[in-house]
Design a protein around this ligand. Structure first.
Ligand code: HEC
Ligand code: HEC
Ligand code: HEC
Ligand code: HEC
Length: 488
C-alpha cells in the first residue's frame, strides 16, 4: 500500500487537454447499453420537501439532448462521453471490487457490504444527496452522475431546454437548483465535497488503514486528468484577461484561477473537515490529520525520518498533514504583499494550527474554534482570488511568473526540504503555473520553457517512490533540494 499519491499522477500531469472528442464505436455501444440497464434499475425515492428533487440522469440521455452519438462532437454527446470515460461513472461499481470488499470486511461496515453502506455511498453515489439508501439494481445509475455536479434537476429540467436559458443569469439558474460551474469557486467547492470530504463523508485513518487511497486533491492536476465532456475553449473564454493591450493575443485566467482558488478552497475544506473531526471526542485524535510519514516510514538507515534537521528539532517529529496547506504561504506572499502574515491573515491562522500538531493530543475544543476561524479567512481569500476584477491583478501573467520563479528557487527549496507532500505540491505548482502563465499571456511560448521542463523532469524522478518503498527516500529528496537551490 502506497502512502503517497499514485505513481500515475506524477507520470501523467498533462498539458491542459483538448476536450475528449470522438468515442470509439465499441465504447459508444457500451455506453448505450448502460443507459438501458440503468433506466431499468430501481431507486427508491424519499422525498425532501425543502430542496428540488433529483430526477435521475436517464432524463439527460435522450439522443436529441445529451445522448447523441455525434462522432467527434462533444456538445450533445455528454452522456456517452461521461459513461465511457469519466471516472465518476465508475464510482459506484468500484464499491463492488476486491479492494472495497477488503475494506468492508476490515471496517465491519454498517451494512456489511461497501455498496450498501452510507460510509461509502456518500461519495461514490448520489445516495446521500438524494437521501436514498436503498439503492438496488446495477451501476452506474448509482454513480456520481450529471445531477451530482450540475444540481438536482426537478425545477430546471424543463427551462434549460428552452432557447432563452442561456440568457438567464447564474443567480436565477441557481434558484432553480442549477449550479453555475463556470464559476471556478463553485467548481472547486463541488470537487472538494468528495475529494476532501466533510460531514458524513470522511476518508479517515480507519478507511486509509483498511485500504482506501489517500485523498490528496490538487484541483489543477485533477482537472487536467479528468476526461471532459465540454469544449475546453468554453472554460477559457469565460475568464478572459481584460487588461491586455489591444494587440496582445487573447489570454485567459481560467488556469490561474483553477490553481490558486483550488489551493485555497482545498485548504478551507480540509480545515472544515478537521473541525468536524475534532468535534467528535470519541475519535479524536484523528491520525489522518498528521503527516503520514511521521508514523509511517522505512526502517532503512539512514532514512528521511533521521534527516539531520529533524534530529535537531525533536518536537517537529510529529507534524500536521502538509498536503492541503503547503502552497498557501508562497501564494499569499504573491497575492497579499508584505502584510500577509499579519495576525488576522489566513496564514497566521494556519501557522497557529500547524504548531498545535507538533503534539499528538492537541485540545479538541481549541482545534475546533481555530480551524473554523482559519477556514473563514481562507474562504474570504478564495473569493478575492475568484472575483473577476481582483483576479486580473492578483493573477496577472507577471504575478504568476514571479510565483513560479520563487518556486524554482529559495521558496521551493525550503518546501522540498520540509517533507514529501510539500515537495510534490511544489512540483505540481510549477507545472500548473507554467500553463496558467502561458494561458494568461495567450501565447504558448515562454523564454525559459526548456529550463522549466528540465527542472520538472528531474523532480518527477525524485518524487516517485522507488519500488518496494513505502515512502520517499532521503537521497532523492536531497537531490531535489540541491536542484532547486541552483536554478537554471
Ligand atoms: C470523502 C469521500 C469518500 C468516501 C467517504 C469514500 N470514498 Fe472511496 N474514493 C473517493 C475518491 C475521491 C476516490 C478517488 C481517489 C483519488 O484517486 O484521489 C476514491 C477511491 C476509491 C477506490 C479506488 C477506486 C479505483 O478506481 O481504484 C475504492 C476501491 C474506494 N474508493 C472504495 C471506497 C469504500 C469501500 C468506501 C467506504 C468504506 C469509500 N470508498 C468511501 C471518495 C470517497
Ligand atoms: C464530476 C462533475 C460532473 C459530472 C458528473 C457531469 N458534469 Fe457536466 N460539466 C461539469 C463541469 C465542471 C462543466 C463545465 C461547466 C461550465 O463551464 O459551465 C460541465 C459542462 C457540461 C455541459 C456544458 C454546459 C454549458 O454551459 O454549455 C453540459 C451540457 C453537461 N456538462 C452535461 C452533463 C451531463 C449530461 C452529465 C451526465 C451524463 C454531466 N454533465 C455530468 C461537471 C460535471
Ligand atoms: C459526489 C462526489 C464527487 C464529486 C462532486 C467529484 N468527484 Fe471526482 N471522484 C469521485 C470518486 C468517488 C472518484 C473515484 C472513482 C473511481 O475510482 O472510479 C473520483 C475520481 C476522480 C478522478 C480520477 C482520479 C484518479 O485517481 O484517477 C478525477 C480526475 C476526478 N475525480 C476529478 C474531479 C473533479 C475535477 C471534480 C470537480 C469538478 C470532481 N472530481 C467532483 C467523487 C467525486
Ligand atoms: C500517529 C501515527 C500515525 C499517523 C500520523 C498515520 N498513521 Fe497510518 N497507521 C498508524 C498505525 C499505528 C497503524 C496500524 C494500526 C491500524 O491499522 O490502524 C497504521 C496503519 C496504516 C495503514 C494500514 C497498514 C499498512 O501498513 O498497510 C495504512 C495504509 C495507513 N496507516 C495509512 C496512513 C496514511 C495515508 C496516513 C496519512 C494521511 C497515516 N497512515 C497517518 C499510525 C499512523
Amino acid at each position: 500500500m502506497r502512502i503517497g499519491i499514485p505513481k500515475t499522477w506524477i507520470e501523467f500531469i498533462p498539458a491542459p487537454q483538448a476536450a475528449v472528442g470522438g468515442c470509439p464505436f465499441a465504447t459508444i455501444r457500451f455506453a448505450v447499453c448502460f443507459v438501458f440497464v440503468w433506466m431499468a434499475s430501481t431507486i427508491v425515492a424519499a422525498a425532501d420537501e425543502s430542496s428540488p428533487k433529483f430526477v435521475g440522469s436517464s432524463s439527460c440521455a435522450a439522443a436529441a439532448c445529451h445522448g447523441g452519438l455525434a462522432g467527434n462532437k462533444v456538445v450533445g454527446s455528454e452522456f456517452p462521453l461521461w459513461a465511457a470515460r469519466d471516472p465518476h461513472a465508475r464510482a459506484y461499481s468500484v464499491l463492488l471490487n476486491g479492494l472495497s470488499k477488503q475494506m468492508a470486511a476490515r471496517l465491519k461496515l454498517s451494512n456489511k457490504t461497501a455498496h450498501k453502506s452510507v460510509e461509502c455511498l456518500s461519495c461514490h453515489s448520489p445516495a446521500t444527496a438524494r437521501k436514498e439508501f436503498s439503492i438496488t439494481g446495477p451501476a452506474p445509475l448509482a454513480s456520481v452522475d450529471c445531477e451530482q455536479c450540475h444540481g438536482a434537476a426537478e425545477l430546471w429540467l424543463t427551462p434549460h431546454r428552452r432557447k432563452d436559458w442561456k440568457q438567464l443569469s447564474p443567480e436565477v439558474k441557481q434558484r432553480l437548483g442549477y449550479k453555475d460551474l463556470s464559476d471556478v469557486l463553485t467548481r472547486a467547492t463541488l470537487c472538494t465535497d468528495c475529494h476532501v470530504g466533510g460531514a458524513e463523508r470522511d476518508v479517515n485513518h480507519d478507511l486509509l488503514a483498511a485500504g482506501h487511497p489517500r485523498l490528496s486533491f490538487e484541483l489543477s492536476t485533477f482537472h487536467a486528468n479528468w476526461p471532459k465532456h465540454w469544449p475546453r475553449k468554453m472554460d477559457e473564454s469565460k475568464h478572459p484577461v481584460s487588461n491586455a493591450k489591444s494587440n496582445d493575443p487573447p489570454g485567459s485566467l481560467f488556469e490561474a484561477k483553477l490553481w490558486a482558488v483550488g489551493q485555497v478552497v482545498t485548504a478551507q475544506r480540509s480545515l472544515e473537515l478537521l473541525s468536524q473531526r475534532a468535534a467528535h471526542a470519541q475519535t479524536w485524535p484523528e491520525f489522518a490529520e498528521w503527516n503520514c510519514f511521521a508514523c509511517h516510514h522505512d526502517l532503512e538507515s539512514p532514512s528521511w525520518w533521521q534527516l539531520p534537521h529533524r534530529q535537531k528539532q525533536p518536537h517537529d517529529a510529529l507534524s500536521w498533514n502538509p498536503w492541503p496547506y503547503a502552497m498557501l504561504e508562497p501564494l499569499a506572499r504573491q497575492t497579499f504583499g508584505p502584510e500577509f502574515r499579519g495576525s488576522a491573515s489566513p496564514i497566521s491562522a494556519t501557522l497557529r494550527l500547524r504548531y498545535r500538531f507538533t503534539t499528538l493530543l492537541p485540545p479538541a475544543a481549541d482545534i475546533v474554534s481555530e480551524a473554523n476561524e482559519a477556514a473563514k479567512l481562507l474562504q474570504a481569500w478564495a473569493k478575492r482570488l475568484n472575483q473577476a476584477e481582483s483576479a486580473q491583478q492578483l493573477l496577472s501573467p507577471v504575478a504568476l511568473k514571479s510565483l513560479r520563479q520563487s518556486l524554482v528557487a529559495k521558496e521551493g527549496e525550503q518546501l522540498v526540504a520540509r517533507d514529501w507532500d510539500s515537495a510534490t505540491q511544489v512540483f505540481l505548482a510549477i507545472n500548473a503555473l507554467r500553463y496558467a502563465e502561458k494561458a494568461a499571456r495567450g501565447s504558448l511560448d515562454s523564454a525559459d520553457e526548456a529550463q522549466v521542463q528540465a527542472v520538472l523532469d528531474s523532480m518527477r524522478k525524485s518524487l516517485d517512490f522507488q519500488d518496494g518503498y513505502r515512502g520517499p527516500r532521503q537521497s532523492e529528496l536531497r537531490e531535489l533540494d540541491t536542484l532547486l537551490s541552483t536554478p537554471p
